[in-house]
Design a protein around this ligand. Structure first.
Ligand code: ZN
Ligand code: ZN
Ligand code: FE
Length: 759
């Protein structure tokens, strides 16, 4: 006979931990108690020695489906009382390491009930259980109890309450539990006919079936939806949203529909069906009947399955409407602004983009955009980490101590709170070019601090003096450290890999503020937790025309060609169709006089320029368009080894100007554009690997990060070339290589600084 006090750490809140523990106890004949203490679940277990051991084994091996157990700490408990039975104790409150569960997609059991005529939750748009439903997005504070969520406005009916309090049901302790009698209600916003409930859903379906656009409130914000197979509907949505070419995500009715339209690997199938339901970038099948304008000139399409019951009801309902099985589901926002999460915002910002707004009265406390996942080498490669993933923490083995908040970058903003060795990257905030973005950032930072019950003693931000994220950090009133943008990218890659030694960081990116006041973005740097040395950059060029140059790759190309060819540049630009007749002189004058110009080593702009030179894209209507098209063209060429008959490194620059010159001449000689696109990727990767090797010394670890490493061809070539030379290469997986990832790197830097007394 013994009594143990057991603490179970990890994601143990809101996942049905206590009833499962109680069931295991009954099975083993154990008496005692279980309670939810916030950071951990505490169990007192009394019984025969081998039974208690068996009980612990069951907890470890058969936890609830959505739990993630990080540690089970079991110790003898002396002077224990005699427990008569096994009891579940209501939530008490403690502070410390806290795990907030992300939102969980509708589970199979609930989905079955949703369409079961005999179930009392038949067609209930908010059905959920202990294993599924909203979590982070409805949370006010911890511990996770209904009274601390936006469900507190909806008192449970008697039937729901009896399920909630009965450990034998699937809804025991499920905070958002509700039904058609007591739950939130859907309705059409500002509808003269005041359609609610069933009428609202039928109305929305009717509009969608007829080719219209409906805004739909989901879990973490609004989407704009239309029939993804209806070319006119898709084009109209593009016009309404002023989004000419950027791919739209598509929500498909079920896995069969996905498989009919796309190629799906086993891993992709597992993830697309899983409980996090990100958007997956999948290769389209040739006979897919999606509208071509979903993702123009793009071999992939972003696909997800319904994850909120209301979304399932858009596809299937008990009306007579014939519905499409593919709906565009794009973020309900004005380009550059955070996703709308309440009726007020929807009215103000997206009402003009749609024919109706299908909303509901369960409030969204924290925005969560859909996560977007690509794949590399058979593994997930995250482009946007948000709903379903945030705010799962990263646990570092380094002995960090303290509390910091990192405010991230300016585009694709996320922030990150670090508490001791746990780092919580936030859900996606979005672009902060508008003050609304900054307000959303400040609000979300405040909310997460409350949830995590932490008061950071240090803020971290980007080096850029005019970033709104830096301003938000300044306004926090905390002591502040600034981290160079591309160094932060490498730190984020190191942190994701739990690596804190020295490495050579390859930070290939759009733009970031350099320590010398110029624009950086194609950097190779020696990095550790304390700082970095810039070893190499790509060949600097002049970025003329200010911000517009980030959209118009031809400007960068012309600028590069002036530097390379001098007086000959005009005729070459003409032959390459880079510039309108007669406007070269104006451009050259600006270039020579350095008017509205800045010196740049941005790798992102280099990709744009090459895309223009090869005649693939002269400009981009969305970030990365020209570079992505360049990558797809290169991928069409296939793998091939190549050499350059010129040096790829000159002093401390990668001879990217020589590569460009070589491409120009090959194109003018009529060589195949796809082959040249590939040659660019190959030689760039070769230059990178040569540079790394040249200055690595004893260092045998390299890290690849920055927005350009969303390019999986560049990633693949760089990684393999370095591995061939004996390097261990750190790459990203669930933290994006783009600016959505840098807050994690900033936070780790700040934490290290805090501990070493630098502050
Ligand atoms: Zn469920
Ligand atoms: Zn109810
Ligand atoms: Fe960046």
């Amino acid at each position: 006979m013994k009594t143990l006090r057991i603490k179970v750490y990890g994601i143990v809140q809101g996942v049905g931990m206590r009833p499962v523990v109680a069931r295991h106890a009954t099975r083993c004949g154990i008496t005692g108690t279980v309670s939810n203490l916030g950071p951990y679940v505490e169990i007192f277990a009394q019984g025969e020695d081998d039974k208690v051991d068996e009980f612990i084994r069951l907890i470890e091996e058969e936890p609830p489906k959505r739990a993630a157990i990080l540690k089970v700490d079991a110790r003898p408990f002396d002077n224990a009382p005699v427990y008569e039975n096994f009891e579940i104790i209501e939530s008490a409150k403690t502070s410390g390491e806290i795990f907030v569960s992300p939102d969980i997609a509708i589970c199979d059991e609930c989905l079955e009930e949703l369409f079961d005529k005999n179930n009392r939750r038949y067609l209930h748009p908010f059905i959920n259980c202990t294993c599924c439903g909203p979590r982070l997005t409805i949370l006010d504070a911890l511990p996770y109890d209904r009274e601390r969520t936006s469900m507190k406005e909806f008192p449970m009916c008697e039937k729901c309450a009896s399920e909630y309090y009965d450990p034998a049901t699937r809804r025991y302790d499920a905070q958002p539990v509700c039904c058609n009698d007591c739950g939130p209600e859907v309705f059409i916003l500002d509808d003269p006919e005041e359609r609610r409930g069933r009428d609202a859903i039928v109305h929305a379906r009717k509009i969608l079936a007829e080719g219209g656009v409906v805004a739909v409130k989901g879990i973490g914000g609004f989407h704009l939806a239309c029939d993804a197979k209806n070319e006119d509907a898709v084009l109209r949505l593009r016009q309404l949203k002023h989004r000419p070419a950027k791919p739209f995500a598509v929500m498909m009715r079920d896995l069969d529909t996905v498989k009919r339209n796309c190629f799906v690997t086993d891993l992709q199938e597992e993830i697309i069906k899983g409980h996090q339901k990100p958007i997956l970038l999948l290769k389209k099948k040739a006979d897919s009947d999606l509208a071509a304008d979903i993702a123009p000139d793009n071999p992939t399409v972003g696909v997800m399955l319904p994850y909120a019951p209301l979304q399932s009801l858009l596809f299937d309902y008990d009306d007579e409407i014939t519905m499409t099985d593919c709906l565009v589901m794009t973020s309900g926002n004005v380009a550059g602004l955070p996703i709308c999460r309440d009726d007020e915002g929807a009215r103000r910002e997206i009402a003009g983009f749609c024919d109706a707004i299908l909303t509901h009265n369960r409030k969204i406390r924290i925005r969560a955009d859909d996560s977007v996942m690509d794949f590399y080498d058979g593994k997930p490669y995250m482009i946007r980490r948000s709903r379903g993933y945030a705010p799962l923490p990263y646990m570092m083995t380094n002995n960090f101590e303290g509390s910091v908040v990192a405010y991230g970058g300016e585009l694709k903003n996320t922030f990150c709170i670090g508490v001791n060795n746990l780092f919580y990257p936030s859900s996606y905030i979005g672009d902060l070019t508008d003050l609304k973005g900054k307000a959303a950032l400040t609000e979300s930072v405040g909310r997460m601090q409350v949830l995590l019950e932490t008061k950071p003693s240090l803020a971290v931000c980007d080096l850029h003096p005019r970033y709104n994220s830096s301003e938000a950090a300044e306004e926090s009133g905390l002591p502040l450290v600034r981290v160079q943008h591309h160094y932060a990218h490498i730190l984020s890659c190191m942190a994701e890999n739990d690596y804190f030694g020295e490495c050579i960081g390859v930070s290939f990116d759009g733009t970031g503020y350099g320590t010398d006041g110029t624009i950086w973005g194609g950097e190779i740097m020696r990095c550790d937790l304390n700082g970095f040395d810039r070893l190499f950059s790509i060949k600097p060029f002049l970025q003329t025309g200010g911000d517009i140059a980030s959209r118009e790759g031809w400007r960068i190309a012309v600028s590069m060609l002036i530097d390379i060819y001098g007086d000959e540049a005009e005729s070459i630009c003409g032959k390459l169709d880079l510039i309108r007749k007669g406007s070269f002189k104006v451009y050259k004058t600006m270039h020579d006089g350095k008017v509205n110009s800045v010196v740049s080593t941005s790798a992102g702009r280099l990709f744009d320029a090459v895309s223009a030179i090869l005649g693939i894209r002269l400009e981009s209507s969305f970030e990365g368009e020209a570079a992505t098209s360049l990558m797809y063209r290169a991928m069409e060429h296939g793998q091939e080894d190549m050499t350059a008959d010129y040096a790829l490194i000159e002093g401390d620059v990668l001879a990217t100007d020589k590569i460009v010159k070589n491409l120009v001449e090959a194109r003018l000689a009529g060589e195949d554009v796809n082959q040249l696109a590939y040659r660019f990727h190959y030689l760039l990767a070769k230059a990178i690997s040569e540079a790394v090797i040249l200055k690595a010394g004893d260092i045998r670890t390299a890290a690849l990060s920055g927005g350009c490493y969303q390019n999986t061809l560049l990633l693949d070539l760089s990684k393999k070339m370095l591995e061939e030379k004996g390097f261990k290469v750190l790459i990203h997986s669930l933290i994006p290589p783009n600016d959505g990832g840098i807050s994690l790197g900033q936070a780790v830097y700040g934490m290290n600084k805090l501990m070493n007394g630098g502050i």
